[in-house]
Design a binder for this molecule. Structure first.
Ligand SMILES: NC(=O)C1=CN([C@@H]2O[C@H](COP(=O)(O)OP(=O)(O)OC[C@H]3O[C@@H](n4cnc5c(N)ncnc54)[C@H](OP(=O)(O)O)[C@@H]3O)[C@@H](O)[C@H]2O)[C@@H](O)CC1
Ligand SMILES: Nc1ncnc2c1ncn2[C@@H]1O[C@H](COP(=O)(O)OP(=O)(O)O)[C@@H](O)[C@H]1O
Ligand SMILES: [K+]
Length: 482
């Protein structure tokens, strides 16, 4: 699991830890980690050309110290100071003492063009708002590919907002980010995360001083533990039955895909509720599914998945499913029938356009502020909100968030959302909480998309669905499940 903390939490932990350490020791831990990564990225430190972009704060201090150490190992180090009068004094002194040279503004473009490695130490967790002035110009040069070197962001790419993952203005786009102590939202939530490149966490001993994280990123082992495990004496009912209210004459495929997802999420049985013409297609593809005309007619379930491809009608059926007092997952067209607030367990699975409609804002606004809007909707409807897209964010009404790390744009194709709705609904029926069902569902779905892309290049929703059994099998192997 990756833990993500806020700047405020990091500052408090840093203060507590620094009180136990000699002055400057914490920065030297960070610098040691940074140097190790830089040395690994360089094809030999001796003779390498390193350019530092150093801002006014400790982030610039880290970068200057790191360049000083690389210079001592034979690197040719140059630094561009964005606020020369406020540059980190000890870092600058060490840099100069190691033979580092300062570059005048007019020489910055040439230095970048010749660099093997660029250290972005303009802004770290003290940054607020986008880059301005020379910093914005330099970031522009980097973005325009005016350096052949690897761009290594110190702690986070300068100019992105640490706590929200938003990009309020000009910012650096890095190839690598060496981050200290704990994760930051900007490193895992788009659009900022897209600027971070490959992440290299460096342990500086902050963990004992940090609170329980409100935002986390699950890994294989976390998900393996959360997956429902059929007990020795389980039967098809005790494993949970999931009802799927999806598809229509116009979109019968949505029902087929949602039922397919549901059949692979661990529930013991899938009951499909819908018109006979659609049920015929569902049964033809999935003979294991049971079908009936409506939620009332289909029989008992432990959770409902509602909405994928429903089209315009069937409000009564949606109300019946949402009013059954059971855990529910609401997707797509089902989102048009939300109650004022949920009183029972619920997961909503909008994409950015659907969430924008629900909240009465523009789609671009949701995409620019994913964390904010997912959290806002979770509180507004008292439901877990799984906001789909380039980084899927799962927000709980109590403020906890999980960001899914497995997503892939290979999943950006029609019908993949239907598979996810069925899959996560099945996990809900299997007894997972809405927060776990949403985040585990998104995780499995992302891995299936990646596997499908590896074998078919441009996978269809059906290709991703076909990979789900293999994904679950390999994850259950992580904890020795069978
Ligand atoms: N925490 C830890 O455990 C450890 C932290 N460490 C390192 O410290 C870093 C944090 O350092 P930091 O606090 O000095 O802040 P930092 O990001 O360098 O910038 C602050 C300066 O930038 C300015 N400024 C702000 N916004 C601006 C803008 N848009 N455009 C231009 N300027 C802007 C701001 O000016 P102000 O707004 O205050 O006038 C202030 O002068 C952290 O990211 C990590 O690298 C490690 O060394 C050890 C362990
Ligand atoms: N750029 C992207 N990167 C990663 N995943 C994406 C991207 N775009 C879409 N997805 C994923 O693809 C799926 C699309 O779902 P949705 O928009 O509901 O499509 P549909 O309704 O056609 O099934 C979601 O799981 C979403 O997270
Ligand atoms: K930085």
């Amino acid at each position: 699991m990756i833990a993500v903390h806020t700047v405020e939490e990091i500052r408090a932990a840093e203060k507590a830890l620094m009180a136990q350490l000699p002055a400057g020791a914490l920065m030297q831990r960070a610098v040691a980690g940074l140097v190790t990564v830089c040395a690994r990225l360089l094809d030999g430190v001796y003779g390498a050309r390193v350019v530092v972009l150093a801002g006014a704060g400790s982030n610039g201090g880290d970068a200057l110290w790191a360049a000083a150490r690389l210079a001592r190992r034979g690197a040719h180090a140059q630094a561009f100071l964005l606020a020369p009068e406020k540059a980190h004094a000890e870092g600058l002194a060490a840099f100069r003492a190691a033979g580092g040279r300062l570059v005048e503004p007019a020489g910055a473009a040439d230095a970048l063009a010749e660099a093997d490695l660029v250290l972005d130490g303009i802004l770290g967790i003290g940054g607020r708002g986008g880059l301005r002035g020379d910093a914005a110009l330099l970031a522009g040069l980097l973005r325009a590919g005016r350096t052949a070197g690897a761009v290594v962001a110190v702690d986070l790419p300068s100019g992105v907002d640490p706590d929200t993952g938003e990009t309020p203005g000009a910012h650096v786009i890095a190839d690598h980010t060496v981050t200290f102590g704990t994760g930051k939202a900007a490193l895992v939530v788009d659009p900022a995360a897209a600027a971070a490149g490959v992440l290299h966490p460096v342990d500086i001993g902050l963990e004992p001083y940090l609170p329980e994280p409100r935002l986390t990123v699950l890994d294989d082992a976390d998900v393996a533990v959360l997956l429902p495990d059929p007990g020795r004496e389980s039967d098809k009912y005790s494993r949970g039955v999931v009802g799927v209210l999806a598809g229509s004459g116009q979109f019968p495929g949505a029902a087929v895909l949602a039922v397919g997802g549901a059949l692979h999420g661990g529930a013991g049985m899938v009951r499909y509720a819908g018109p006979e013409s659609v049920a015929t297609e569902v049964r033809a593809r999935w003979p294991e599914a049971i079908a009936g005309l409506s939620p009332d007619a289909v029989g008992r379930v432990q959770a409902w998945t509602v909405g994928s491809g429903l089209g315009d009608g069937r409000g009564d059926d949606v109300h019946a499913a949402l009013g059954a007092g059971l855990p529910v997952l609401v997707d797509a067209d089902g989102l048009r029938w939300l109650p004022e607030r949920f009183t029972g367990p619920a997961v909503l699975t909008p994409h950015a356009g659907e969430l924008a409609r629900l909240l009465g804002v523009e789609r671009a606004e949701v995409e620019a502020r994913r964390l904010h809007h997912a959290r806002q909707a979770a509180q507004r409807w008292n439901a877990v909100v799984l906001l789909k897209g380039s980084t899927t964010v799962v927000a709980a009404p109590d403020g906890r968030v999980r960001v899914n790390p497995t997503g892939t744009s290979a999943l950006a194709s029609a019908g993949t959302g239907d598979v996810l709705a069925g899959l996560a609904g099945s996990l809900l029926a299997g007894g997972l909480s809405p927060f776990d069902a949403g985040s585990v569902g998104a995780y499995l779905h992302g891995l299936a998309g990646r596997r499908a892309a590896a074998s078919s290049g441009y996978p269809s929703a059906g290709d991703a669905l076909a990979e789900l059994p293999g994904v679950v099998r390999s994850l259950r192997g992580v904890v020795g499940g069978g």
